[in-house]
Each structure stands twice: as C-alpha cells, then as structure tokens.
Design a protein around this ligand. Structure first.
Ligand code: PA5
Length: 433
C-alpha cells in the first residue's frame, strides 16, 4: 500500500478544494475515451485490459532467455529504457549484476543504446566476452539513433558469435506494430516481436512489453506488478480530490510551483530507487516542460547526497520543494552492536537497527528542510515489492497527466526533443537535413 501525506507542504485541504472544478474537467477528459488511438491515454486502463496473449508470450520469451543466456542486453533510450531499469533495480539485489551466477539465478541485465559513447560499447562487448547473450531491442519509433547504432553493432557481434540462424532466435524486438525501420528489419529477419501500443507514449510504457520483457527476465513477478498497478487504477478512479491522493499530489505541486517553488526534488533513502527517480524525472520533465512552463524535476539519493547537495537544499536559493519516497520495511535489517572500547563513539546506537537510524536521518532531514523553507510531501510504501511498485508507477503516471493538464500543457507530446536531433543530423550529413 502507498500513503500520501502533505502536512509539511504549507498547503492545506481547503486550498486544494479551489481546484475541484478544473480537476473534475480534466478527470472527464482523461476518462472520456481512453482507448482513442490518437489521445495517448492507453496507459489509463492498461493494468486491466492489457493484451493477455502478448503477456503470456513475454513470459515465455523471458523463460527462454533465462534458460539460454547469461546476459540480456536491453537496447533502448528514454521511455524505452528507464522504466525497465527502474523496476529491475528497485526489486533486485543492490549488487544484482555482480552476484555469482548461482546466487543471481537470472541473467545479468546490461543496458545499451542509451548513449553514443564508444568507451561504453567497447567495454560492454569486452564484459560479455564468452558469455551467452540475448538482445531485446526496444524503440517505439524504430528510428532513434542511439539504440539503432547500438543494435547495428551488437547485431553483428551476436551474428558472429552464434551464426545467423541462432542469432535470430536470441534477438527480441519491441516496437510499433507496423511502422519504423526496426519493424521492417524485424519482419525481414523474422525476429520475435512485441508491440508498443499506438496510444501509449514512451514514458508511459513501462507496463507494456517495453518494460515487461526485461523485468520478467530478471525474475520479477510481472503478474504481481500488474496487479499492483490495477489496484492503483481502481483506487485513483475516484473523481473527488478529497479521496484521490494522486490528484492531491498533482495540485500541491502546482500550488507550490505558483508560489515560486520551481524545482521538485524527489528524494529517496534507498539506493535501489536511484533509477526509479530517473524514470520519474523523465516522466515529469518530458510531460510538463514545454511552452515555457514546467516544474523542473530533480532527484537525490539520501543520505548520500546530503553530503553533496544537502548544503544547497538547506541553504541555497529558496525555489525548491521536496517529495520523499519512504519505504517502511527494509528487505533485511542489521543491528549495530555494542563495542567494549567504543573508540568510534557509536555505542549510543548499540541495539538500534540500521533502518531505524536511516529513518531518523530522514525525519531529521525533513524537519530541517521544512524549517529551511523547503516544503515537503511524503509518499510511503509498506515495502519494496512488485505490488507496491506497480501502485507507485500508476500513481505517478496519473498524477503526471493531471498535473500537466492543470499546468495547461499537453502532457503527452515532446516537441522539444526533436531540436537536438535536427542539428545532429545536419552535422552528420544525414540525407534530407
Ligand atoms: O517518452 C518518450 O517518448 C521518449 O523518451 C522516447 O521513449 C525516447 O525518445 C525513445 O524513443 P523510441 O522508443 O522511439 O526509440
């Protein structure tokens, strides 16, 4: 279960009620015709009406990859990359890829096509060496430069390693059902292909095959993930602000933004949530940052970043507010023991657990930030598991849609992303630029 609390945000329930009308109007827009292909609202009912046949194919493919591969290389960028990595890193061992094969019991998951660095790709090929590999290349448009280049290079490597026929059985393509260069390539090579529905944009696609194939390959229970998302879907169907926490979150952040708090920091106290924060940054940044508007989404991993960004947050320009992701129960806890000499002076912590200390650090930090005029919201998960993460994903997706609509931007397009591409293509002398 997830819990939302904004008592330290300087916003109260009465202030939220001013938004009742606009939220009702946007709620209707979101729910009027979510299956309309042109509206990019397919994610709204996805946890209930996802393609069950494709879901079974995903599980089957994941099972095969788990049985014949030491490494799955996931090629994709942005919305075709961050969701899978967010879920995998949140729900697996902190040192997943470094574990000995027997302990991990699942393939290593390595990401490619999310940058243009030759060092990265050379080191990746060096790392996989003699290992058995499969590739999942993911691109909705099928034309994005970074994953396309990585796939061209890694396709050649896998074909050399296994020969054409076996390589084809180890390449899985996730793309549009009909369009794009990747779809053409997949048809011609007869790769197993999964579909990204037309009405689900990249950053809202983690619960489609985009995220689910790598997630299932890492041994994560995708039935439970979808169940969690579906629980949230039902819960946040509620139109009234009073009973809908994800609409409350959307309004509070807009109220804070209007009061001059231009930057939202998502703070976690679990290193495993680092990539979840990266996913959230893309979701909100790409959905809201347009037409000269938008809350800038930033992320910090605490307590690590208290020793780097803590000074600014406490004492720098007062344009920040903070949303804390708190996980109630750790997977395992460790107690601090008493030491007869106490040379490190830590005996005052003897008998206390690391999670207890982490929580006290969190409480102390929240108090300090609130006192320092950094309004605070808290989102609390019982624990980090499939159901809770599924709920949290849906919570943020729906809140993001509502928040963008309150801000009066289209949360589902990303016109700004094209600008760098035009310049890059011109410089690279791509025909037509
Ligand atoms: O959210 C988005 O739409 C983008 O971040 C895309 O996911 C990203 O640009 C990758 O695009 P594609 O999946 O077409 O390769």
């Amino acid at each position: 279960m997830i819990k939302f609390d904004f008592e330290n945000s300087s916003i109260n329930e009465r202030m939220l009620s001013d938004y009742e009308e606009v939220v009702q109007k946007n709620h209707l827009l979101l729910h009027e015709n979510p299956d309309d292909e042109k509206q990019f609202l397919g994610w709204i009912n996805l946890p209930e009406n996802y393609d069950k046949n494709e879901f079974e194919r995903i599980k089957k493919a994941a099972k095969k990859i788990r049985s014949d591969s030491d490494v799955l290389i996931v090629i994709g960028i942005g919305g075709s990359y961050l969701g899978a990595r967010a879920v995998i890193e949140s729900l697996t061992d902190c040192f997943y890829n470094m574990l000995p094969d027997k302990k991990r019991n699942s393939p290593m998951i390595i990401y490619a096509g999310n940058n243009l660095s030759p060092n990265y790709l050379n080191d990746l090929m060096n790392l996989i060496g003699e290992k058995d590999i499969s590739i999942n290349v993911i691109s909705k448009s099928g034309t994005t430069t970074e994953p396309a280049i990585a796939f061209r290079i890694l396709k050649e490597a896998i074909e050399q390693k296994y020969g054409l026929e076996e390589a084809r059985k180890r390449i899985y393509v996730t793309t549009d059902k009909a369009r794009g260069a990747l779809k053409t390539l997949a048809n011609s090579e007869k790769y197993e292909t999964f579909v990204i529905p037309d009405n689900i944009g990249g950053r809202f696609s983690v619960l489609t095959a985009v995220g689910l194939l790598p997630i299932a390959t890492a041994g994560i229970d995708i039935d439970k993930l979808m169940q969690g998302a579906n629980d949230a879907r039902e819960k946040y169907l509620e139109p009234s602000i009073k009973f809908n926490d994800c609409y409350k979150y959307a309004i509070v952040r807009n109220l804070l933004h209007s009061s001059g708090k231009k930057i939202e920091i998502l703070a976690n106290y679990e290193p495993q949530l680092h990539y979840f924060t990266e996913w959230w940054k893309q979701l909100y940044g790409e959905s809201e940052g347009k037409d000269g508007k938008g809350i800038f989404p930033a992320g910090v991993d605490f307590t690590t970043d208290l020793h780097s960004m803590g000074q600014y947050i406490q004492d720098g320009e007062r344009h920040l507010f903070e949303t804390v992701l708190c996980v109630n129960e750790p997977k395992n806890d460790i107690d601090v023991k008493a030491d007869s000499e106490n040379l490190d002076g830590l005996n005052y912590l003897a008998g206390k657990s690391l999670d207890y200390i982490n929580k006290k650090a969190m409480e102390g930090t929240v108090q300090a930030h609130v006192t320092g005029n950094v309004p605070n919201m808290m989102i609390t998960l019982d624990k980090l598991d499939e159901e809770n993460l599924g709920q949290l994903i849906y919570f943020f997706e729906k809140a993001c849609a509502m928040s963008g609509m309150i801000l009066e931007v289209n949360p589902f397009n990303q016109p700004g992303v094209e600008e760098y591409k035009k310049n890059m293509f011109k410089l690279l002398e791509k025909p037509g630029y």
